[in-house]
Design a protein around this ligand. Structure first.
Ligand SMILES: O=C(O)CCC(=O)C(=O)O
Ligand SMILES: [Fe+2]
Length: 223
């Protein structure tokens, strides 16, 4: 399931994060890529070691975790530290799949990848996040403050930036539910029971769907 989430950050939140990033020391993005992704990764990044990045990470992580759509769609168990990337003209990230396992102890399974767009799409050319799919490529260039979450199983790339600067935050999630298909079923039931609740209050139908939602989570979630 691929979902876009508007307004993860409001204008004030965006301004604060971008001001913090302006103080950061962006380094070559190849430092955090796997051996095959390194071959096609050409961007700059701020990692958690940078103090500006630490503050930006705390703020954006908080905004993501408070976002209802983000939490319902990801069924977040844990998240890798955010990486802030800046693509200057000529930079791109060619086709790759994200590493399945991350962390120095190799204890983190990536189920979901996401990008939070941090600057105005009108301010740069190119830089679309492009997903490979059986029906062709899907391109995303979202407004500043919006996020896209997608299964980490997907081949994807970032088109070359030809003008201006593309600034984003990216990270990975280990979900309570490993399978994207199962997460989608749980998400759909959750959305449906909430719509029912808004329409009719706590009806018998709402109760049964809530029971099914809870029981599927019990069946499919992993520690
Ligand atoms: O910049 C993006 O939107 C995605 C970056 C990416 O694919 C990655 O860091 O693995
Ligand atoms: Fe990626």
């Amino acid at each position: 399931m691929l979902i876009t989430i508007p307004d993860v950050l409001n204008k004030a939140g965006l301004e604060k994060i971008n001001a913090l990033l302006d103080q950061g020391q962006f380094k070559d993005g190849k430092l955090t890529a796997g051996w095959h992704a390194k071959l096609v990764k050409n961007n700059t990044q701020l990692t958690g070691r940078d103090s500006a990045a630490k503050q930006a990470t705390a703020q954006l992580t908080n905004s993501l975790q408070r976002n209802a759509t983000f939490s319902r769609a990801t069924l977040l168990r844990r998240m890798r530290p955010l990486l802030f990337s800046r693509y200057n003209p000529g930079m791109e990230y060619g086709s790759h799949v994200d590493d399945a396992i991350m962390g120095s102890d190799r204890g983190f399974r990536t189920d979901i990848s996401f990008t939070v767009f941090l600057n105005d799409p009108e301010s740069y050319e190119g830089g679309e996040l492009i997903m490979d799919s059986p029906i062709g490529e899907q391109k995303f260039k979202l407004p500043a403050g919006s996020a896209i979450i997608y299964p980490s199983t997907t081949l994807h790339r970032v088109a070359p930036v030809t003008k201006g600067v593309r600034q984003v935050a990216v990270s990975w999630i280990q979900s309570l539910v490993r399978s994207a298909e199962k997460r989608e079923i749980i998400y759909d039931i959750d959305q449906t029971r909430r719509t029912l609740f808004e329409r009719d209050g706590k009806s018998r139908e709402f109760d049964l769907l809530t029971k099914t939602h809870a029981n599927l989570l019990r069946l499919w979630s992993e520690p």
